[in-house]
Design a protein around this ligand. Structure first.
Ligand SMILES: [Fe+2]
Ligand SMILES: [Fe+2]
Length: 343
């Protein structure tokens, strides 16, 4: 089985373009070790495509960092079309297996792929035409290429000062500087991608940047990317903070509906991931902590959970279906979460 980190280690095909770029491979992720070996060809192909997407993101972001220039080819467009349809059709397979993984090197690589694939999962539950969906695929994948030039500040490993945050905010509008060429499907195709990408930090109440746009002034595709962008960022470790618990991150996104985000997009995100996304840590009212392992659509607030406890070797942790345990409920959600690896 190829793991995400292996894609950096053993390049083939598209990876050849990344040769010569050395990555420090991470310590093996504890969670990854615990996962069952995947055997179905569908799942292998999902894994391959996720790894290929990471390499493409690395290629484009490294290009933006070294030459302030990203060129998208016809092959790239076809690949992103495939990535989007794979994410839409995988029935959350990528979310359950890859989305929350720690990945080596620059966090922007996995962030770009994850935001792109989550946008695909969300938009597949909405009504957009094929052309709009392709634009969303490109814009979501490229939305943070402008950040490539600011990673020295973003990776400082401490809470940034106001002045530093102000500098980093330039990355949104700099999408237009970095994204140089996309083969035209129609005259203004490239301009549309740049416009959508550059609006991903705009907020419905006008508090966003770079142009303080409000509600209807914000492109509908950009409003999808902004919600996926924040959920992805919250649920992953950053140099200055730990990863938020997925259920807590979902609460934070929901709290911003109608203020920062489109309420409609937030509702679709909740439909896609549920209130207690798989992997969330919850505190039960009997004092025990547990990890969400399954959520059934018919009982979205009563997931099945695995009790977190030190087990004697050979014994499996207890799994409880909360929808059948009327006297046991979720009492609270811890804010941060540790995910093994270098968390
Ligand atoms: Fe951004
Ligand atoms: Fe982002």
């Amino acid at each position: 089985m190829i793991r995400i980190s292996d894609a950096y280690k053993d390049p083939e095909g598209r990876d050849k373009r990344c040769r010569g770029v050395e990555e420090t491979l991470p310590e093996k992720d504890q969670r990854a070790e615990e996962k069952p070996v995947k055997v179905s060809s569908d799942e292998e192909s999902l894994e391959d495509i996720y790894n290929e997407a990471l390499l493409l993101a690395k290629e484009k972001i490294d290009s933006a960092a070294s030459s302030a220039r990203v060129i998208i080819t016809e092959d790239d467009i076809e690949f992103l079309r495939k990535l989007f349809s794979t994410a839409s059709e995988s029935k959350n397979g990528f979310l359950e297996e890859y989305f929350y993984e720690n990945t080596p090197g620059n966090y922007l690589y996995a962030h770009s792929v994850n935001v792109c694939m989550l946008s695909a999962a969300v938009v597949s539950r909405m009504i957009f035409n094929e052309d709009q969906v392709l634009r969303l695929a490109l814009a979501s994948f490229l939305h943070d290429t402008g950040m490539a030039g600011y990673m020295d500040i973003a990776s400082a490993g401490r809470v940034l000062q106001k002045s530093e945050k102000k500098i980093i905010e330039k990355h949104a509008s700099e999408a237009s500087e970095v994204i140089k060429s996309i083969p035209s499907r129609e005259r203004n195709f490239t301009e549309d991608i740049i416009s959508v990408a550059s609006q991903h930090h705009e907020r419905f109440d006008g508090s966003g940047y770079p142009d303080n746009l409000e509600k209807d002034q914000i492109n509908r595709l950009a409003s999808i990317i902004s919600v996926c962008d924040v959920y992805e960022a919250l649920t992953h470790k950053r140099p200055w903070r730990g990863a938020y618990n997925p259920a807590r991150a979902m609460e934070m996104v929901i709290a911003e509906r109608d203020r920062g985000f489109s309420a409609g997009v937030v509702r679709v995100l909740v439909d896609t991931l549920t209130l207690y996304p798989r992997g969330s840590i919850v505190n039960l009212d009997d004092g025990r902590s547990a990890r969400v392992v399954e959520v059934r659509p018919e009982s979205p607030t009563s997931p099945s959970v695995e009790i977190i406890e030190d087990m004697p070797s050979g014994e499996e942790p207890e799994i409880i279906d909360l929808s059948r345990e009327k006297l046991l409920t979720i009492e609270s959600i811890p804010e941060k979460i540790s995910r093994g690896g270098d968390d």
